[in-house]
Design a protein around this ligand. Structure first.
Ligand code: MN
Length: 227
């Protein structure tokens, strides 16, 4: 078999402390999974079943330098724990779900908030706001053997040394296991899938020259400069 041109390289995320790379298949993101963030976006967190959107696998960024994307003047950060699946399936029960996890990392669900807002108003898809080159910065992954399955721990983000987001994994409305189980009702999950697990309150804009440092206690940290 011959391709008509050379295919793009498979997007990868490094595995901490090894030379191995985690090949990314899809990127799923849950919306409004921390009550305070749902409220700051103008929604009632108590009456909603979970919902998800996707970014393209090629949106993964591991270089630490995010090029300010086109056609926005409101690029927002959202610090999130990232779940990396080492196994897939459909109809996964909550009790089986954590057995599918390869490891965990720290990611940023970067968002062109102005474009997302316009799309919401018009009842259009969110992907123009959520999926673009560099929209999914992700730290190296920590395998389950080292990190276990974190259920609590601070989730923080600072910009230029000033704290902007601060929450705790224990505040998630839908647990990691519930997210995997719910996604597997609608999609065939595959090894290589990443799940961005939602962001605490305090999201806001960055501009060129800003330096974001995000941390999930016990899982890792990520540093990204907007260039
Ligand atoms: Mn998000």
């Amino acid at each position: 078999m011959e391709y008509v041109f050379r295919p793009e390289a498979v997007p990868v995320v490094p595995v901490l402390g090894t030379a191995s790379m985690f090949p990314v298949h899809r990127i799923y993101c849950i919306g409004r999974n921390y009550a305070e963030h749902a409220r700051e976006m103008g929604h009632d967190p108590d009456r909603e079943p979970p919902f998800f959107f996707q970014k393209a696998a090629s949106d993964i960024l591991t270089s630490g330098a995010l090029h300010y994307p086109a056609e926005t003047s409101e690029l927002h950060f959202e610090i999130e724990m990232v779940v990396a699946l080492g196994d897939g399936g459909t109809g996964v029960s909550v009790s089986d779900a954590l057995g599918k996890v390869f490891g965990y990392g720290v990611g940023l669900d970067m968002t062109r908030r102005d474009l997302q807002g316009a799309a919401k108003k018009l009842g259009r898809p969110w992907d123009i706001g959520k999926s673009f080159s560099g929209a999914a910065p992700c730290s190296a992954l920590l395998p389950v053997a080292q990190v276990g399955h974190p259920e609590r721990g601070a989730v923080r983000l600072s910009v230029n040394g000033e704290t902007r987001q601060s929450g705790d994994l224990s505040q998630m409305i839908w647990s990691v296991g519930e997210q995997i189980s719910e996604l597997s009702r609608f999609f065939e999950l595959r090894p290589g899938d990443l799940i961005f697990t939602g962001t605490p309150a305090g999201v806001g804009p960055v501009v060129r020259g800003d330096r974001m440092v995000g941390e999930v206690e016990g899982v890792g940290r990520i540093e990204v400069e907007v260039v």
